[in-house]
Design a binder for this molecule. Structure first.
Ligand SMILES: [Zn+2]
Ligand SMILES: [Zn+2]
Ligand SMILES: [Zn+2]
Length: 382
């Protein structure tokens, strides 16, 4: 999303509901991805300050603005819904009279809005289950209550369950250590589970299924057994050469979900670096760039070589950027921003995710994800 400013000049950020400079109400309009001060109009409706459209469209503030979600999204006045698209995707809330749940929900809903905003940007289907019970999407944010079976984070037929304790730093860190994960975040969980949802929607019954099986393996392998084996015996020793994480090596579905999540991490973070004009072209960081030979199993459906080149330019920019981001995080004593190493086979899998996300667009235009502005000028191995 483009950096935004209030009419008073104060910078605005994605979750703001009020300008810290002048006190104006601030809201986000998801359809045009605009964040700005809003002005009260007639009948409890609002317009966005400086809206280029004439007359400016009217909106309602999402009814969850004052709720635990502290949602700052707008709903078009023409829609009957009182709450925004992101809030409509949440089907089940944890009991909010329990002490930690309001703060947990704030964290989860904020992460979900960021993820949903990128899915919209990518033009991916995004329909709440309330509107389409068969293909729609719903989030159930559940708490493990004493005396009841524990809540397990996962996806089933468009319903994404997230244990709300994942919003607690102590719980997440304990699991991150015991499962030997380098990275565990709410936004990572959401993107991973969405990977399962979009696999059902965009791969399972489509021409992408065969390319998927070639790269990720045959998903008809017994899933329950595969996970049991993974937790009992640990990951296959060769996983770093072919998967983005050890968990990804447990089953082709998990490999897909992990790769999908990383694709969204990269798109979102590179877009942010790009719109904030973070220029690392003069950085002395040298990386060995990936070249077209990493995409050798693909393309099965015809994909022009320019599309492969553009994708590789994008991923190579990511590798340079993360080298800098990781080093700046270390300077602050923080964990690495991106504690992963991409291998050729993983890059090829990410290219398949890119093709599925772009759909027909990937064959029609060779353009990379159009978020790239981080120039790449590396020679090989320098
Ligand atoms: Zn202001
Ligand atoms: Zn909302
Ligand atoms: Zn999974």
């Amino acid at each position: 999303m483009q950096p935004s400013q209030c009419t008073c000049g104060q910078p605005l950020f994605f979750d703001n509901t009020r300008c810290l400079g002048c006190g104006a109400e601030v809201a986000y309009e998801p359809f045009r991805r605009r964040l700005g001060a809003v002005v009260a109009a007639v009948d409890g409706l609002w317009t966005v300050s400086g809206d280029p459209l004439d007359p400016p469209p009217l909106f309602r503030l999402c009814a969850h603005r004052a709720a635990a979600a502290a949602c700052n999204w707008l709903v078009p006045a023409s829609e009957p819904a009182a709450i925004c698209l992101s809030c409509r995707l949440t089907r089940t809330l944890p009991p909010l009279d329990r002490p930690r749940n309001p703060a947990r929900l704030l964290h989860l809903e904020s992460a979900k809005r960021r993820v949903v905003s990128m899915l919209q940007r990518l033009g991916l289907p995004l329909v709440p289950k309330s509107g389409d019970p068969e293909h729609g999407l719903a989030f159930d944010f559940l708490e493990s209550l004493p005396g009841e079976p524990g809540v397990i984070t996962g996806h089933l037929a468009g319903a994404i369950t997230l244990n709300v304790a994942e919003a607690d730093d102590d719980y997440r860190e304990k699991n991150r250590e015991s499962l030997r994960e380098p990275y565990r975040t709410v936004i990572g969980h959401l993107r991973h589970e969405l990977g399962h949802y979009y696999w059902d929607l965009l791969v399972r019954d489509t021409h992408w299924l065969e390319p998927f099986r070639q790269l990720f393996g045959d998903e008809r392998a017994d899933y329950g057994e595969a996970l049991k084996k993974h937790y009992a015996e640990g990951p296959a020793p060769d996983w770093p050469g072919r998967c983005i994480s050890s968990y990804a090596s447990s089953h082709p579905w998990e490999d897909w979900a992990e790769t999908w999540a990383h694709y969204l991490h990269v798109r979102s973070t590179l877009e942010t670096a790009s719109v904030y004009r973070l220029d690392i072209s003069q950085s002395p960081v040298r990386v060995t760039p990936f070249t077209a030979d990493v995409v050798h199993t693909l393309p099965l459906p015809p994909v022009p070589p320019e599309a492969v080149e553009a994708f590789l330019e994008w991923i190579n920019a990511w590798i340079r950027l993360t080298a800098v981001l990781n080093e700046t995080a270390r300077s602050m004593g923080q964990p690495d921003t991106y504690p992963f190493v991409l291998s050729g086979p993983v890059v090829e899998k990410m290219f398949l995710v890119h093709c599925v996300v772009q759909g027909d667009r990937v064959a029609k235009t060779p353009s990379p994800p159009d978020t790239l502005a981080v120039p790449v000028r590396d020679g090989r191995g320098g």
